[in-house]
Design a protein around this ligand. Structure first.
Ligand code: FMN
Length: 220
């Protein structure tokens, strides 16, 4: 299965100027292929983290929340990110396993939005990704009680030292409270800046994850 960051942009997208109309940009019929192409293009010009995305969740009362996370995998099964299950977002997703995600790449003036359902990835998948992380990040995942009150920076540094001493030179396993979540989209919208705010929007929708996509263009 093709992974998002490695699909090169089409030659027509290379010829891009920030102020000019970007020409045809909806160059794929399949939304994940199109997303991969846009992400690869953004990766060429974004100053950092082209895979940064805003993740919106809502608690059981429907109160929305939003924060940035990093996309770690994207394929037709969905978008994957990693976090602490006991964080605010982790608790919200346990109460209400639905979310929305938006990417905005300023350098190419494009936006992609996703809405759908959320599920945790399989433990083996999370283990495999955790194993690729730097040792310091692994220790950090054990040391951080993400989203809970912190008495001071020293308390965090102490936890890092405690966990580092605990694991010594041995393997650092994945903490039980740290895993991946995958958003399976039922709606994906591609937006591109056009002159005079006459932007182009292409929306893909499907009734469930196994249904075919239908597309429509939306007024800006
Ligand atoms: C660019 C960027 C990327 C981030 N990536 C992640 C991430 O992948 N996972 C994560 O748990 N937090 C990430 N964070 C931190 C979150 O935005 C947030 O502060 C943290 O997850 C706690 O959120 P919560 O209290 O809503 O659960 C990132 C922040 C920024 C600015």
């Amino acid at each position: 299965m093709t992974r998002a960051p490695f699909i090169p942009p089409s030659p027509s997208e290379e010829a891009y100027s920030a102020d000019a109309d970007q020409g045809e940009v909806f160059t794929k019929d399949e939304p994940f292929e199109l997303f991969s192409q846009w992400l690869a293009l953004a990766a060429k010009s974004e100053p950092n983290d082209p895979n940064a995305m805003a993740l919106a969740t809502a608690d059981k009362d429907g109160l929305p929340d939003v924060r940035m996370v990093l996309l770690k995998d994207a394929d037709p099964s969905g978008l994957t990110f990693y976090t602490n299950t006991e964080s605010a977002k982790g608790r919200q997703l346990a109460e209400n396993p639905k979310a929305a995600i938006v990417f905005h790449w300023k350098t190419i003036r494009r936006q992609v939005r996703f809405r759908g359902t959320i599920a945790q990835v399989k433990p083996e998948e999370a283990d495999a990704y955790f194993a690729t992380r730097a040792r310091g990040s692994k220790i950090g995942a054990w040391a951080s009680a993400q989203s809970r009150p912190l008495e001071g920076r020293f308390a965090l540094e102490k936890q890092v030292a405690v966990k580092a001493a605990h694991f010594g030179l041995g393997e650092v396993p994945r903490p039980p409270h740290w895993t991946g979540f995958r958003l399976t989209p039922l709606q994906i919208e591609f937006w591109v800046n056009r002159p005079f705010r006459l932007h182009d929007r292409l929306q893909f929708t499907r009734s469930d994850a196994s249904a075919p996509w239908t597309t429509r263009h939306l007024y800006p």
